[in-house]
Ligand binder design. Sequence first.
Ligand code: ZN
Length: 320
Amino acid sequence: MKIRVLAFLGAAFLLLLGPAGGASAADKVKAVASFSILGDMVRAVGGDRVEVVTLVGPDGDAHVFSPTPADAKTLAAAQIFFVNGLGFEGWMERLEKSSGFKGKAVVASTGVKPLTMKEEEGHHHGEEVEHDHDEHATVGHDEDKVTDPHAWQDLANARIYVANIRDGLIAADPAGKAIYEANADKYLEAIGQEEKAVKAAIATLPPERRKIITSHDAFGYFAAAYGLEIIAPEGVSTESEASAQDVAKIIRQIKEENIPAVFLENVTDHRLLDQIARETGAKIGGTLYSDALSRPDGPAPSYLDMFRHNVGALTSALSS
Ligand code: ZN
């Protein structure tokens, strides 16, 4: 009896491992993505052929990440490394060097038209922002600009990311070309659908209510693409903190311009925005997912879910 049960279990196990299962883990292309949003895009394009490890996981802040020796080991074993670029991952070059990574590095934002911010437009605090190229922009002079790395918050830019991911995977694994192309086409179709939905949802909002406060300036591309005004006390990186003067200025602005809602972010501390909401009477409109996805059981487990969640939160707080 016992033997028969074991034999049955063995057969079931073999069935699970059978040809329908596709490539085994050992055969898969090993990819590393710097953060969860990019990791999800790589999974969508790579499908079953690619095993994706994400360095900065759900709800994590990639601006201030410190890679561990285990991360270096993970990267060393990878064939391909996807990063956002535009100065988002200030820790990337050192990690690449220290890990001895020999694979292909793909900057997913290559070809995106970067948004820059002048000091007067944003709310920066003399922090130095590192760029991919050799120049450093120190905020504090009129002509100085910082590059905004959050290009994924415009779905039109996601098309560029997807094309770069597809081409990177094809270069690393030419045998998978047809699969990567088909997966990318399917994903681009879904991105196009979501883009229509976002535009339609924002169009329902009264123009005078399309103004919000977030803690760091992660939605510049979103604002430019979909017609929203976003004010953030913290600038384009979470590394800088808002000064008391910045906070006082924002509180004045909320009152003068009747800004209806303040939004928390999944990657930043809530205390400052709680204080701003308290002092102005603006309501907390919910939590926006800016630089990271939620955990699988949360409201934004994928890149497209993140847009659905964020736009849902914006429209429910801002519709009159
Ligand atoms: Zn950010």
